[in-house]
Design a protein around this ligand. Structure first.
Ligand code: SAH
Length: 380
């Protein structure tokens, strides 16, 4: 029922990796771009269903079976993603916000959907997924019924009608803390849900301490630091809008008193920080490496950033350091932080390895999904 593409070798699908590279296929056909295809093994049997793209990743797999992409398909995938999150308690108990669809991990490569207390924000990273927007939105509305409040499409492919209901923003709850989220003007889908568990960990370790939150965006880590009883928290971001929202979020939670914020470049700010003043520093930069071509310069930037913080932190201080670059894997990141420790001549203990929360599940057959990694460092 769908056009077929043929694998050169059966190994290319045996590990159940959801991507098939163009080099793995016998037949490449530009006219199949954005079409659903059946993937066939060397015997000609259908072993998967996916969508074709005229690019180096030729097929993104939607199922390792022969299926039809009808209404049931979308309903099953989205219901299944919700059921998993219900079972694992990814929301409830003071949290009304979570990632509903995390691309490949939910069997829908290229699709991100965040649920902000019934306001759904979609980001399609492939044109095929963008083209499915209407059925995705309808399916979500059917599943969530009265809990559905609005839908907004933030895909780069969008050429106009992004809204259903025309709502720009709302106030969400995360671990009983309030956050203003604006998906229209904000970065990504509006809020960095991926740092939820790590923010909570920070909150548990900062009582009485002086905290510096760099790359603060809307103040996620700052709010948790204040909730955790820190002595003071300073937030730094180069975006004035982000700092405006950061101040707003501190105020929403009644924490504006021990807070100061700065619109500044973090590298410059850190150079001017008084040595030994801060006892906790959060380093959560944007992805320095957006593609493999920027890997080397990104490693240098992570090293420089971590060195700067290591040079300034007081003895016995903590550094929460992160990388959200997909192309910098865990080991490379740990090695880079290690290099920064050498450079700054500080002795460091690793207290914890940080990663994505349960609403961003990582599949063993898709390690690429694990883009966020971090360390809690104790600095002697
Ligand atoms: N920690 C945040 C998310 C950080 S996103 C949270 O928990 O929500 C990265 C942020 O870094 C963005 O807000 C962006 O505006 C900011 N940024 C990027 N480059 C910067 C720089 N050189 N100096 C300061 N801020 C920067």
């Amino acid at each position: 029922m769908y056009p077929k593409v043929y694998l050169k070798k059966d190994e290319f699908i045996q590990r159940k990796h959801p991507w098939i590279f163009s080099g793995a296929l016998k037949n490449l056909d530009k006219t199949l771009h954005n079409q659903i295809v059946f993937v066939c093994n060397t015997k000609g049997e259908i072993v998967a269903t996916g969508y074709y793209q005229d690019s180096s990743i030729a097929v993104k797999i939607l199922s390792f079976e022969k299926i039809e992409l009808n209404e049931n398909f979308w309903e099953d995938k989205i219901k299944n993603a919700l059921l998993y999150r219900q079972k694992i308690k990814a929301f409830g108990n003071g949290t009304n916000t979570y990632r509903l669809i995390f691309g490949e991990a939910d069997g829908l490569p290229g699709l991100i959907i965040d649920n902000y207390d019934g306001h759904f924000v979609m980001q399609a990273h492939t044109e095929f997924m963008y083209l499915q927007k209407d059925i995705i939105q309808q399916t979500i509305q059917n599943i969530f019924k009265d809990d559905f409040k609005s839908f907004y499409d933030k895909s780069e492919y969008n050429d106009g009608s992004q809204f259903i209901q025309g709502i720009n923003d709302c106030i969400i709850l995360e671990n009983h803390l309030k956050f203003y989220v604006n998906w229209v003007e904000g970065q990504k889908t509006g809020f960095f849900l991926d740092q939820r568990d790590n923010r909570k960990k920070l909150g548990e370790m900062v009582a009485g301490k002086k905290v510096l939150n760099t790359f603060a965006y809307s103040g996620g880590f700052s709010v948790y630091a204040a909730a955790g009883g820190c002595q003071l928290v300073h937030s730094v971001d180069s975006s004035a809008k982000a700092i405006e929202w950061c101040n707003k979020n501190m105020k929403l939670n009644g924490f504006e008193n021990n807070h100061e914020s700065f619109v500044a470049d973090v590298f410059e700010f850190l150079k001017n920080v008084e040595k030994n003043f801060y006892e906790v520093i959060v380093l959560d930069p944007p992805a320095f490496a957006k593609s493999i071509h920027h890997k080397h310069s990104a490693v240098q930037a992570y090293k420089r950033l971590n060195s700067l913080a290591l040079n300034k932190i007081c003895s016995g201080g903590l550094i929460f350091t992160f990388s959200c670059s997909g192309v910098i894997d865990k080991n490379l990141f740990y090695n880079t932080v290690n290099a920064a420790c050498f450079e700054s001549n500080r002795t460091v203990r690793i207290l914890d390895y940080l990663h994505l929360p349960v609403d961003h599940p990582v599949l063993p057959n898709f390690p690429e999904g694990e883009y966020l990694k971090g360390l809690i460092l104790y600095v002697e």
